[in-house]
Ligand binder design. Structure first.
Ligand SMILES: NC(=O)c1ccc[n+]([C@@H]2O[C@H](COP(=O)([O-])OP(=O)(O)OC[C@H]3O[C@@H](n4cnc5c(N)ncnc54)[C@H](O)[C@@H]3O)[C@@H](O)[C@H]2O)c1
Length: 306
């Protein structure tokens, strides 16, 4: 059964020392949940633990680079040792890297994929079995972005990895529905956090020195982030979406039209198939076989959505 009350539940949150992760921790703690914070930045992590302790939240923390698969497993064990069970996992840590696509460095691609994509995959791998194990149900919150549904030109690695998080979450929601575990993919527009200063967490030892990003796109995005909604509102919105078991945790209604426009364009391009000589010339027998295979896949998708 999906979560209907946060009191007494335990939540694990990556990127919990700042911005949206910290805001989720505050919102969960205010409703009586225990919170395990994980972050790559040690001092902010300590400060976040201190801050939450003052609100009487049962809180602990673990220093973690989400791209380190073994360290994620250790963090899961530490969460169980500290709180006994875990019910909610928020794969939230993320970084922003960009620049015109043909100029993005290989190391920025690697960094983006390591943190934004693999960090979510390792969190799912380590924590979902622990949620399944106790059978009390639970919830996975994966932080993508509005950039996971509509692209931000100039931020190719960010857009690509956030689209991946949306896809992973849609898939996961079908896989976990039979176990009473809900999945939400958080897709905010701009939120006033430190995301514009992501490079503070980029390891030079792992990804090399230099590789300064395109300053124009960074400056433009930083202004938009500074004008964003407060992270605390997003933390509260996440609670609503967990309790309502919403797959898409949206926070910025103004992006509805852009998302609809993307789907309308897809529909138009689907419709153009009817005029396609290339596709219309496929052998009808092959087509029939293919239709049956596609129908089977779609049936599996519908089962997941039921
Ligand atoms: N702020 C926005 O406008 C916005 C919009 C859409 C989506 N998001 C997403 O929200 C999530 C949280 O970002 P935020 O805006 O709160 O930014 P933030 O920089 O304030 O917080 C991100 C946190 O993640 C941590 N982190 C970074 N790399 C890490 C790693 N390898 N391992 C562990 N922790 C790591 C940072 O230390 C930081 O505490 C990200 O996934 C981001 O992409 C942000």
């Amino acid at each position: 059964m999906p979560i209907d009350d946060l009191a007494g539940k335990t939540a694990f949150i990556t990127g919990g020392a700042s911005g949206i992760g910290l805001a989720m921790a505050k919102s969960f703690g205010a409703r009586g949940a225990n919170v395990m914070l994980a972050d790559i930045e040690e001092e902010p992590l300590k400060e976040a633990i201190k801050l939450l302790s003052k609100t009487n939240t049962q809180v602990d923390g673990v220093l973690l680079d989400v791209s380190d698969r073994a360290a994620m497993q250790d963090a899961a064990q530490k969460t169980i040792e500290r709180f006994g069970k875990v019910h909610i996992v928020c794969n939230n840590a993320g970084i922003g890297a960009g620049g015109p696509m043909e100029e993005v460095t290989a190391s920025d691609w690697e960094w983006s994929i390591d943190v934004n994509l693999k960090g979510v995959a390792w969190g799912i791998e380590a924590f979902v079995p622990l949620i399944k194990e106790h059978g009390e149900g639970g919830h996975v919150v994966n932080t993508a972005s509005m950039a996971g549904l509509v692209p931000i030109p100039g931020f190719g690695p960010y857009t690509a990895t956030k689209y991946a998080v949306v896809g992973m979450s849609e898939d996961l929601s079908m896989e976990l529905e039979p176990f009473g575990i809900g999945v939400s993919v958080l897709c905010p527009g701009f939120v006033a956090t430190q995301i514009g200063n992501s490079r503070r967490t980029r390891s030079a030892a792992k990804y090399g020195e230099g590789n300064e990003p395109d300053q124009d796109s960074i400056a433009q995005a930083s202004d938009a982030v500074a004008a964003g909604i407060p992270a605390d509102a997003v933390g509260e919105r996440v609670v609503e979406c967990i309790l309502e078991n919403r797959l898409y945790a949206f926070t910025h209604g103004e992006f509805k039209d852009a998302t609809a426009a993307r789907f309308a364009r897809m529909a138009e391009d689907f419709d153009s198939i009817s005029n396609s000589d290339a596709i219309n010339s496929v052998d009808p027998e092959v087509k029939e076989r293919q239709l049956a295979a596609s129908a089977a896949i779609q049936e599996a998708q519908n089962l997941g959505n039921s």
